[in-house]
Ligand binder design. Structure first.
Ligand code: AMO
Length: 433
């Protein structure tokens, strides 16, 4: 229906006829002159109609059109110093494709700030704002790069089931569903499936995936449906091999974000690309750093949100570090599949980004008997994991992996809340749209 997007209309094309399609963003009536700003995916363009020059029916249509109606405009490109991009369209035809109702449920011109609920209730309209759609164009570029990078590193894309029979990350955060006459759950993660693939000989797999977590948190960093990149690799010497993939991948994703100049300009952000290798801090070092600031965390407990934030602030302000690993967590704080590291520690890591955990991973246990022991230790029943445990009895190589929360990464990258970077977020109170 269109010959050009607004951004493709350039001064060199002066005098040419173009056909543009989009929404009526704004209108201005100066009597003899009528202006209409047409908005499409790529930007804005001014349509200028003049009494005595433009056809009367077009002038009438411009008069009566409601904002946000969908139109098709055919016209000549004319250079104009007064027009926003230095050019305008003089219409020879205007087709009203679908008239918008009014009043509008929210303002698209950003003259009136809407609250988050109004924005999410009208997400289709919220997304018409370039500052909002830019977030998702950038997100798309970043995810695309992750897939490109990992396939380039010989990882095979997998697809794990989202309807599962038993918990993968502990039993408390599951959404139960009815599966014909049996109980089933929405998958918390592809954890058990990606590990099972390590016994298949595929060696290196990843998945761009969805986690379903029935966590009752209501914060700016938690959702109940999460996008993540899950990865697992076999024949590793230690979790260090996995960390190297994670740091390379994350920095590639950040680099891609930093190259999205137009989007960053639209949302008014700058992105710093971290240097490799990333800094590593042990859990014990982090506890010490926090204790020096008066934040005591008993050994063995998770670093809570407040602690994470404080740590992020300290590293950023004192050492200029934004992206960092925390290694050597207490075994007790990690899931049953995590490889122990000499007694009370584990071969695990988290990736922190400006005070928020964006990824966690570990080397996994590959010995069947130790795994059964750890499952029991976590008060889980090995019988429920029979299909998983079987893979450990017939040739399982040493392996490890991570889950990288894409929503969290985007949120930290752009200094926004998690709801800003997810098109249709799911939280405790939101099930529509
Ligand atoms: P974990 O549970 O730490 O690990 O999840 C991995 C990453 O996913 C993101 N994430 C979330 N983001 C927003 N809201 C939530 N409710 C939420 N829950 C998790 C975080 C987190 O770092 N199987 C392991 C990964 C592995 O070891 O391979 C796992 O799921 O960014």
């Amino acid at each position: 229906m269109r010959s050009h997007y607004s951004s493709q209309v350039k001064p060199e094309l002066e005098g040419e006829d173009v056909i543009l399609c989009g929404w009526v963003h704004e209108k201005r009536d100066l009597g003899k002159l009528k202006f209409l700003v047409l908005r499409d995916r790529e930007g804005f363009i001014q349509v200028t109609a003049k009494k005595g020059v433009t056809r009367d029916d077009i002038l009438e249509d411009i008069n009566s059109l409601s904002r946000e109606s969908v139109i098709q405009v055919k016209g000549k490109i004319k250079l104009s110093k007064k027009a926003p991009n230095g050019l305008e369209i003089n219409p020879s035809n205007l087709k009203v494709i679908n008239e918008s109702g009014s009043p509008l449920p929210m303002d698209v011109t950003q003259k009136v700030d809407a609250d988050m609920d109004t924005r999410l209730n009208n997400r289709f309209m919220d997304l018409r704002k370039p500052e909002i759609s830019s977030i998702f164009r950038l997100r798309s570029a970043v995810i695309n790069r992750s897939r490109e990078y990992l396939t380039g590193e010989d990882f095979i894309e997998m697809c794990s089931p989202k309807i599962i029979a038993s918990a993968s990350e502990g039993g408390t955060d599951l959404f139960p569903i009815s599966y014909f006459d049996r109980e089933a759950f929405l998958a918390q993660s592809p954890q058990l499936y990606k590990q099972m693939l390590m016994a298949s000989g595929l060696d290196k797999v990843f998945e761009t995936t969805t986690y379903f977590r029935a966590e009752e948190h209501d914060t700016r960093r938690h959702l109940n449906e999460v996008s993540a990149i899950d990865l697992e690799m076999a024949f590793i010497e230690s979790e260090e091999d996995v960390m190297r993939v994670l740091e390379n991948l994350t920095v590639e994703m950040i680099k891609t974000a930093s190259s999205c100049k137009k989007e960053l300009e639209t949302i008014n952000r700058e992105i710093k690309v971290p240097r490799l290798p990333l800094n590593r801090f042990t859990y014990d070092e982090c506890l010490n750093l926090l204790a020096q600031e008066g934040k005591e965390i008993p050994w063995g407990e998770d670093i809570d949100t407040e602690g994470e934030k404080l740590l992020g602030k300290l590293l950023q302000e004192k050492q200029g570090i934004e992206l960092y690993f925390i290694t050597g967590y207490p075994l007790e704080s990690k899931p049953f599949y995590t490889m122990p590291d000499g007694g009370k520690y584990s071969k695990s890591f988290d990736l922190g980004f400006k005070g928020v955990e964006v990824s966690s991973g570990s080397q996994r246990i590959h010995s069947h008997d130790l795994l059964v022991e750890r499952i029991r230790h976590h008060n889980l029943d090995p019988e429920n994991f029979e299909y998983y445990l079987k893979c450990f009895q017939y040739g399982m190589p040493p392996h490890g992996g991570f889950g990288l929360g894409v929503d969290r990464l985007m949120m930290q990258l752009l200094d926004l809340s998690i709801r800003d970077v997810v098109m249709f977020p799911r939280d405790r109170h939101r099930l529509t749209p």
